[in-house]
Design a protein around this ligand. Structure first.
Ligand code: OOG
Ligand code: MG
Length: 257
């Protein structure tokens, strides 16, 4: 039997992102399973690298129950971040580049040297140099933001843009910090870092393990987004978005009017 055409699916998803035009789901009709979906993601990100973008990190998805419930998918997933996706803290994003953007509050890690394959993972403090509040802007390339697990993996887990606030040294506990997502000064979502796999540090273990299965190693200097602590909120023109994480501070962005 001939398997799904990885390059063709990556081209469709890449085209959808480039033109900010939604497409229909692809996995069911092409027989895409999780492994093939990661192969599509690799090809999709390769397309960006060929245009001169650089890999700058990894992101986790669906690490919180709120997100799993919102999206109707219940497995932890990971995707890749490139330099072009990064928006400076307090920066403005042009909504014309997106289909139906949503924002979610996250915790980011700045990675230190990670163990070689086979070497035991030392302490979290050895692997992570600093921590920061972050906002992820997700933008599914699928119509109505609706997808199956292989669909969202192929679509680089809806990655579109991200903002990282100021880095701080790793505090003692990261497992129960209050998280707010504010839109125009009003609280839109409330949560806790406990929502991220019980402790966002666990997201790093999962990221190393799951990406490792596909031969991807996390690199020193990379940004690691541990996953949203709350459900995501639609980003409207002119909105000012701020994520607040207790002890870590804030990250913000503005949507152009
Ligand atoms: C998939 C990406 C989920 C998170 O933090 O849980 C994600 C989606 O919801 O479109 O980035
Ligand atoms: Mg996210």
């Amino acid at each position: 039997m001939i398997g799904p055409d990885i390059a063709e699916i990556a081209e469709k998803l890449g085209g959808a992102a480039d033109t900010a035009t939604a497409i229909g789901q692809l996995a069911a009709e092409t027989g895409l399973d999780v492994d093939a979906a990661y192969a599509v993601q690799t090809a999709l990100v390769q397309r960006r690298l060929e245009r001169g973008e650089r890999l700058v990190g990894l992101k986790m998805g669906l690490t919180s129950k709120a997100k799993m419930a919102q999206m109707g998918v219940d497995e932890v997933i990971w995707g890749r971040l490139t330099d072009l996706m990064r928006v400076p803290d307090g920066g403005t994003v042009d909504l014309g580049a997106f289909i139906h953007p949503r924002v979610e509050p996250e915790v980011a890690f700045l990675l230190d040297r990670l163990p070689e394959p086979g070497e035991p993972l030392g302490s979290f403090a050895d692997a992570v140099r600093a921590v920061a509040p972050a906002i992820e802007l997700i933008d599914s390339r699928y119509a109505n933001f609706a997808f199956s697990l292989p669909d969202v993996i192929a679509d680089n887990t809806s990655a579109a843009a991200f903002v990282v606030g100021a880095w701080s040294p790793v505090p003692d506990g990261l497992d129960n910090l209050g998280v707010l997502l504010e839109i125009d000064g009003r609280v839109a979502q409330v949560g806790s870092t406990a929502a991220i796999l019980g402790d966002p540090r666990r997201a790093l273990d999962e990221g190393i393990r799951l990406a490792g299965r596909h031969g991807v190693r996390l690199r020193e200097g990379w940004v690691f987004l541990a996953g949203a602590a709350t459900a995501a909120v639609p980003l409207r023109p002119g909105a000012h978005v701020r994520a607040v994480v207790e002890k870590l501070g804030t990250a913000s962005l503005r949507a152009a009017a």
